[in-house]
Ligand binder design. Structure first.
Ligand code: ATP
Ligand code: MG
Length: 590
């Protein structure tokens, strides 16, 4: 049962119902486990599992995790937490060619940053599938000996052809009924490196006529003379996913093996394999069960490690943590928070049918998470100088007027930001119009606005470059109108303009990110997503920011008033150089 604290706030879904039913029926009882994965004999020595359920997040360390993985992480770790269980971090490293230690570390980093932990009650539940290669070998040998697997020496083309189609049954391999001892000998030779890649595979002996193609004698092992990032050159045969994954789950005593819908057709083989290995005495019952949920499809981004790798490798973005990528590292650098991503995962829920989630849902969760915490600041992203021509006359030459504004409008306890108003300030270029369109309430000759937290001013005109570009805007201060003073309300204005003082403003680089693709589904139907790249996905602005940002910590988030949410860049904002990334606008602008 969910704990009383969590139960009412979280909406139920089919996986919760399954878990609750399993806990109620006692179906999960009798599992032995104390942190060391093992076969039936080894586990029999272990105490009964104290975790009420076990889930796992099983990424392949062949790239950086993305927002789709975040959904799976939140689901698996979240369910374990809610039901008194444990979630394992399993590095599914059965595919030697593309895997790397760099990715292992990036995965750990991403899971921890999201706020989850595979260490439970002092026991680390980080596991590597490659640690199970010895067991997998034994399991494969046992299947061969029991007549449940055979070495097939057909050419890959024949194997493909003889597999049949959705409407045509498959054709038995001529090697299917060879004696078990002969398969066993061949399998030993495969392991010893005596056969070429592609010359033979080990296959399960199930049913070549099954309507489910996954049951037509799926391949279990193939030959690959590849160096593995952990096992080195010990192996030249590697298990296939369909064989490895159920075994990994069983050795780790996973109760609910949650995967995406593409694997639904593999469930019958998952069960076939585990049942047989349990009958052969190799695995302890009760066996894990696989359940499928709909993957996250998020508009305007790619959620495939392979395609993201292509963007990185071909230099279309600046690395795996490029703030335009939906990788967890990229989202983080963009200014996304763990809380926002968890909130997003909760809002999109879990279902059994595929759908598309609009990117604005992710941004909405982000705003809701940032708004109550982000400190406010003023920044001018496209600066033009504004000269207050009566300043010296009103206040005396050299006077600077201290102004203040709340760090957060709804949290007075966080105090005030301080900055100085003087005769020269920076304003946004588009806050001035020589010929204002109807309804323009900012600066134009004769128009009055308030400089936010400062005085009301009246625009008197502007100077232009020969090409017509505004060089500086001129205005006069309207006396006795300062914000927070008794006369402030006496002069009514329709517009308020944000600004940064030239006396104490700080120069900053502001990276204005836009969506990476111009289309909502850049890879739909196998389309070449490179064609859909947005050439303007990054614009760098030389901005001025208020002095409170001079000591902003890298990675901290701000709301730049009127502009949106920004984060001090985790990499380049350092050593006195101010660099901010635009995280998202103030409201959905798409
Ligand atoms: P990719 O195609 O990006 O490499 P993958 O599924 O091959 O994704 P894995 O490393 O095998 O990558 O995934 C680890 C876990 O994350 C799996 O359990 C998988 O189901 C889950 N996962 C991957 N992509 C998504 C997604 N878009 N939505 C939900 N879960 C996902
Ligand atoms: Mg995968």
């Amino acid at each position: 049962m969910p704990t009383p604290e969590t139960a009412p706030t979280k909406p139920s879904h089919f996986l919760r119902q399954i878990i609750e039913a399993d806990l109620a029926s006692g179906a999960l009882a009798g599992r032995h486990f104390a942190g060391t994965p093992g076969d039936a004999r080894q586990l029999a020595q272990a105490p009964l599992d104290s975790a009420r359920i076990r889930t796992r997040f099983p990424p392949e360390p062949n790239g950086y995790l993305h927002i789709g993985h975040a959904k799976s992480i939140c689901l698996n770790f979240g369910l374990a937490a809610d039901y008194g269980g444990v979630c394992h971090l399993r590095l599914d490293d059965t595919n030697p060619e593309k895997e790397d230690q760099e990715y292992v570390e990036a995965i750990r980093d991403a899971v921890r940053w999201l706020g989850f932990d595979w260490v439970s009650a002092g026991v680390s539940h980080e596991y590597f599938a490659s640690d199970y290669f010895d067991f997998m070998w034994r399991a494969a040998c046992a299947l061969i000996d029991a007549g449940l697997a055979y070495v097939d020496e057909q050419s890959p083309e024949d194997m493909r052809r003889n597999r049949g189609t959705l409407t045509q049954p498959g054709v038995n391999s001529p090697w299917r009924d060879r004696p078990a001892a002969e398969s066993r000998q061949r399998f030993e030779q495969m392991r010893a490196g005596e056969h070429a890649e592609g010359s033979m595979v080990l296959r399960a002996r199930v049913d070549m006529a099954s309507p489910n193609l996954n049951l037509r004698d799926p391949a279990l092992y193939r030959i690959r003379f590849a160096h593995h990032h952990r096992t080195g050159d010990k192996w030249c045969i590697y298990p296939m996913y369909t064989f490895a994954h159920p075994i990994e789950d069983a050795l780790e005593r996973i109760t609910h093996s949650i995967c995406t819908l593409e694997f639904e057709d593999q469930r019958p083989f998952y069960d076939w394999l585990l049942q047989h290995l349990a009958e052969l005495g190799l695995l302890e019952r009760p066996l894990p069960r696989q359940y499928e949920f709909a993957r996250l499809n998020l508009s305007s981004v790619l959620t495939s490690k392979r395609k993201l790798a292509q963007l990185v490798d071909e230099g279309h973005v600046a690395g795996w943590d490029d703030p335009r990528l939906p990788t967890i590292a990229g989202l983080r650098r963009r200014g996304y928070t763990p809380g926002a991503i968890r909130l997003f995962a909760e809002r999109i829920g879990v279902s059994k049918s595929d759908s598309w989630i609009d990117y604005s849902v992710l941004e909405g969760a982000l705003r809701d998470d940032l708004d109550p915490v982000a400190a406010r600041a003023m920044a001018v992203l496209d600066p033009v100088p504004l000269l207050l021509t009566n300043w010296d006359e009103l206040f005396g030459a050299g006077h600077l007027e201290p102004c203040q504004a709340p760090v957060h409008p709804h949290q007075p306890e966080r105090g005030q930001r301080q900055f100085l108003l003087g005769p020269k300030v920076w304003i946004e270029r588009d806050d001035f119009a020589l010929d204002p369109p109807k309804g323009f309430f900012r600066l134009y000759p004769g128009g009055r606005v308030r400089l936010k937290y400062g005085y009301v001013i009246e625009c008197t005109g502007a100077e232009h470059d020969p090409d017509g570009k505004v060089r500086e805007v001129h205005a006069r201060v309207v006396p006795d109108t300062r914000s927070g003073t008794p006369g402030a309300a006496a002069v009514k204005v329709k517009g308020v303009v944000t600004w940064v003082g030239a006396a104490d403003g700080k120069p900053a680089e502001v990276r204005l990110y836009d969506r990476l693709f111009l289309q909502d589904q850049p890879d739909a139907g196998g389309a070449d997503f490179l064609q859909a790249l947005n050439p303007r996905s990054l614009r760098v602005a030389q901005a001025w920011v208020e002095p409170s940002l001079a000591h902003a910590a890298a990675g901290s988030s701000f709301q730049f008033e009127r502009h949106g949410y920004f984060v001090a860049d985790a990499r380049d904002h350092a050593g006195g150089r101010l660099v901010f990334n635009r995280t998202t606008g103030l409201r959905d602008g798409r």
